[in-house]
Design a protein around this ligand. Structure first.
Ligand code: B12
Length: 476
């Protein structure tokens, strides 16, 4: 069977609450999850699959249809977040119209939350939920050996399939994968130069993942309280060596909080330095998981920026979001980070239920005080099946389970709801603009950035970012 791993063209993606300039090259990040699945499949089956990432490659639906007509794959596998479910369904529909025997398999964050609802869509034949590497390959092995009516499909945990017109969803896979046994993501299947991120250092950007899971309890995140596992430092450094050999020296660890295990990070940094690997990288971390020793090791290894989830200046809201951090811890971690010579990207949130306008502006003042290089003010969004969403449903701030309704019946007229009891969506969008303007136009921010510019490319990146935010959102 021929498999096509596909990132569909963006036609009907839902709009998120973040200015595109800050979302960071939306569509130009690699789909690492799909590359992990492709890598395991290629290793197990011994055949090179096709992999097309339409948005960065500039492939529209017509070009994709022409490619599929030429290559005639038997199954197309796509990875979806809730925000691009519609893109995937639209593409699946068009492909199936042209090739009625083509099978569609979906996996990724949306499917992990709504396997049954996704499988019920007429365009979908298979869904994989949970870590997809082994499940997908087992599915393909059974299909190749025995075809779609095989009773063995019922024995693959984490798989949903259709047989005799009935949707069947197996129990989830309960055992987590041993991360060191995974082949590195199948980057060789894509043109790595297509991926870009606006605020970068080094020559060529790419992502990697050293850990999975996050024990923190943030109510707005659906990875909350999941088991944290790290690869061995040696395994990660072997991947980094390969990346550097491929000319990829600007790396972003997509891990939710890589710094949960300090010993692991220290070991990794030490190996990067000892091997003499010249790279630039950035990570995401919680403020309560760093200390000066860790930060200076990170800097020595090439870490140029840490993305911190700061969220709010108000302790009451930090408690509402169950962030488990205080203003004091935030200020201390940011001071240590700056002292270590590492830049800061601060994720801030406004429009938290029960937040006043004054509290939002306090959050901007607080953002200025911790002196990040960049700050992103998102509108608090109750994402599907998060604790925040369920809480807002209980508090009747959200009138009914609209994500469930969307998962069952995804239609393009669906709009993500950002408003809460106290503000309309329009008011929140205006306040968001004002927060960005207050932050980026502040004389102290501008002076500090000019003083801190490290190179001409650093200066142009910052200037481009500032201009894009202000012109995109404020129309100036
Ligand atoms: C990097 C990242 C981004 C990047 C790029 C994402 C990309 N190109 O895919 C950027 C910055 C652009 C981004 C943007 C957003 N993101 Co984001 N992002 C992530 C992050 C941190 C890592 C993704 C990743 O690479 N994971 C590593 C891989 C290995 O995991 P994985 O993708 O889950 O894949 C595994 C399985 O799911 C499965 N699988 C995945 N795909 C497939 C496909 C098949 C066929 C099969 C069989 C299996 C399979 O197998 C994989 C290997 O085990 C995740 C958090 C996380 N921990 O995953 C959030 C996350 C995916 N993002 C999320 C959100 C909410 C957003 C935004 C809406 C945020 C915003 N800005 O407002 C936007 C949406 C943009 C849009 N309109 O599409 C949510 C998605 C929730 C949901 N219901 O869909 C997540 C889960 C964070 C969270 N906990 O809330 N994001």
């Amino acid at each position: 069977m021929q498999v096509l791993f596909l990132v569909p063209p963006e036609t009907v993606s839902l709009e998120s609450s973040v200015p595109k300039a800050l979302e960071g090259g939306k569509g130009y990040y690699p789909k690492l999850g799909l590359m992990y699945v492709a890598a395991w499949y290629e290793q197990a089956i011994g055949r090179r699959p096709d992999f097309i990432d339409c948005p960065p490659e500039g492939i529209d639906q017509a070009a994709l249809l022409a490619h599929v007509a030429a290559k005639q794959p038997d199954l197309v596998a796509m990875s979806i977040m809730t925000f691009n479910l519609l893109d995937a369904l639209e593409t699946a529909r068009a492909l199936k119209q042209a090739h009625p025997n083509l099978k569609i398999c979906l996996g990724g964050p949306h499917v992990n939350l709504y396997p049954r609802e996704t499988l019920r869509q007429p365009e979908v034949d298979y869904v994989v939920f949970g870590e997809g590497e082994t499940i997908f390959t087992r599915l393909m092995e059974v299909l190749e050996a025995e075809g779609p009516d095989s009773p063995r499909l019922a024995g693959i945990p984490g798989l949903g399939f259709k047989q005799d017109g009935t949707c069947r969803v197996n129990p989830p896979q309960t055992e987590l994968l041993e991360l060191d046994t995974l082949p590195f993501p199948a980057r060789h299947l894509v043109d790595v130069t297509r991926y870009q991120h606006i605020i970068k250092e080094g020559r060529q950007f790419f992502t990697l993942q050293a850990t999975r899971g996050c024990p923190a309890a943030c109510t707005f995140c659906d990875i909350r309280k999941t088991r944290f596992r790290a690869r061995s430092a040696e395994n990660v450094v072997a991947e980094i060596e390969q990346l550097v050999d491929m000319g990829l020296d600007d790396l972003f660890f997509v891990d939710d909080t890589i710094t949960i295990n300090k010993k692991f990070v220290l070991d990794l940094c030490d190996r990067i330095v000892r091997r003499g690997l010249k790279l630039h990288f950035k990570i995401s971390a919680r403020v309560d998981t760093v200390n000066p020793e860790l930060l200076s090791a990170l800097r020595r290894a090439g870490c140029y920026r840490i993305h911190y989830g700061i969220e709010s200046a108000t302790e009451r809201h930090l408690r509402y979001l169950e962030k488990g951090q205080t203003r004091e811890k935030i200020e201390r971690a940011c001071r240590w980070t700056r002292d270590a010579g590492i830049g800061i990207f601060a994720y801030m949130m406004i429009g938290i239920p029960h937040e006043t306008k004054q509290e939002m502006f306090d959050t901007v003042d607080f953002a200025k005080r911790i002196r990040p290089d960049y700050a992103q003010f998102s509108i608090c969004t109750p994402y599907p099946k998060t604790e925040l969403y369920f809480r807002m449903l209980r508090e009747k701030i959200i009138p009914y389970d609209y994500w469930q309704a969307f998962a069952e019946n995804p239609t393009p007229d669906f709009k993500i709801r950002f408003w809460n009891k106290d503000f309309t969506e329009e008011e929140l969008r205006r306040l968001q603009d004002e927060c960005h303007a207050r932050f980026y136009r502040s004389p102290t921010y501008l002076m500090k950035q000019i003083a801190r510019v490290k190179s001409w490319s650093d200066f142009t990146a910052k200037a481009r970012m500032g201009t894009r935010i202000l012109t995109q959102r404020l129309g100036v």
